[in-house]
Unconditional design. Structure first.
Length: 388
């Protein structure tokens, strides 16, 4: 049972947030810590350099924080009986049947062997279906053929999200299906692509658009009124910046890529959201699913789902954590049992059920690596220090 957050701790949380805000630092942020019914929110700085002030309901591109939402929607359809975790995806995604697997991840596209088994829904949720980002891609002297081919198909699954470039879901999944896998299904963890595939799978399972699946199964029952793949209310949307030695450089303006409906709603990185919406999502999970998910689904989503061998593929991404279903889980240390994930366009979300603690940090400054910038770690530390 939560006993609250100390006044001194909350004051320190606010001071940490303020210390990171500035035109040459983080132009603006919304930082939220909640325990039980107690909520502290800091809305600081500006939506764009020299622009309007950040407000509590400001919108941010949450990028890979989309993944836990996609995971929850998948488990909602499992609860309904529309999907089974152990079933092959071939029934709904014939484009991914009869897979071929590269002999070497950096090898030519035609040097393959047959997949030893079909891809399952669980493989997609646990990011072990055989395709995605791996650290070796970034250290290679030359681009791998499969990476070049994925870029030519405009999949945007091996790099930052770009809703303008991605094609419609049927074209996207056909493009992915034309490529070999990087590893055998179940062999190793690979980042990102599993959640994007889930968006196509859920739309076909529910016979509606992926956006409507999220709206009917998650957003409306949870009360996430401001979360979507795009917004016409661009006055509330922060400008996206990339860091540079000259200070933040504009990457996407409010009237840019997220200001109109995308052809492909990316379950890996496509959503906009607010701090209060992400708190509502956290509280649903803390309440063991409430009326949205079964307790069994929440337990599966928030526990370690990887074998030691599968975790080896996560080097450079997981940093000592493991993976549940579409989100990271902490398996050791003082925060053991916490779960959540980060968004590479500048956001983070952490939930600790043992302390009834939720921390949401929304900025518009991109990460420079797979590790989040100090502002996220320091605000999470301050939130834990405030626990009485």
């Amino acid at each position: 049972m939560a006993e609250g957050l100390s006044a001194d701790g909350l004051a320190h949380f606010g001071a940490v947030a303020a210390a990171h805000v500035g035109d040459e630092k983080v132009p603006g942020l919304v930082a939220l810590v909640a325990r039980g019914d107690q909520v502290r929110l800091e809305a600081l700085g500006s939506l764009s350099i020299g622009g309007a002030q950040v407000r509590r309901d400001s919108l941010f591109r949450i990028a890979s924080m989309t993944k836990p939402v996609t995971g929850a929607a998948t488990l909602a359809l499992v609860d309904e009986g529309l999907l089974n975790l152990e079933e092959p995806v071939d029934r709904l995604l014939p484009e991914l049947a009869d897979r071929r697997v590269l002999r070497r991840m950096d090898g030519p596209l035609d040097d393959t062997v047959p997949a030893i088994r079909a891809i399952t829904v669980r493989d997609l949720l646990s990011f072990t279906f055989g395709f995605g980002l791996v650290l070796e891609m970034f250290t290679a002297a030359e681009p791998w053929p499969v990476v070049t081919a994925a870029e030519d198909l405009h999949l945007r699954t091996l790099g930052p999200p770009d809703p303008v470039e991605q094609p419609d879901p049927d074209t996207w999944i056909a493009g992915l299906g034309s490529l070999p896998l990087l590893a055998q299904p179940g062999d190793r963890w690979m980042y990102n692509t599993g959640a994007s595939v889930l968006g196509v799978l859920l739309a076909r399972a529910a016979d509606m658009s992926f956006a409507d699946v999220l709206r009917t199964r998650i957003f409306e029952p949870v009360g996430m009124a401001d979360t979507a793949f795009w917004t016409s209310d661009t006055d509330r949307l922060a400008t996206s910046y990339r860091p540079s030695t000259e200070g933040p450089q504009e990457a996407d303006p409010p009237a840019g890529a997220w200001s109109r409906p995308p052809a492909f709603g990316d379950g890996g990185a496509g959503l906009l959201s607010t701090a209060d919406d992400m708190l509502a999502f956290a509280r649903m999970l803390l309440a063991r699913g409430s009326s949205v998910l079964s307790e069994h689904a929440v337990a599966a989503m928030t526990r370690d789902q990887l074998t030691p061998a599968q975790k080896e593929g996560g080097k450079g991404f997981l940093f000592g954590r493991s993976w549940g279903l579409c989100q990271s889980v902490v398996t050791e240390g003082p925060r053991k049992g916490a779960f959540g994930w980060n968004g590479g366009l500048g956001t983070s979300w952490l939930v600790d059920p043992g302390r009834d603690l939720s921390v949401v940090v929304l900025t518009q400054l991109m990460f420079e690596s797979s590790q989040p910038p100090r502002v996220h770690a320091e605000l999470q530390d301050a939130a834990y220090a405030a626990v009485t």
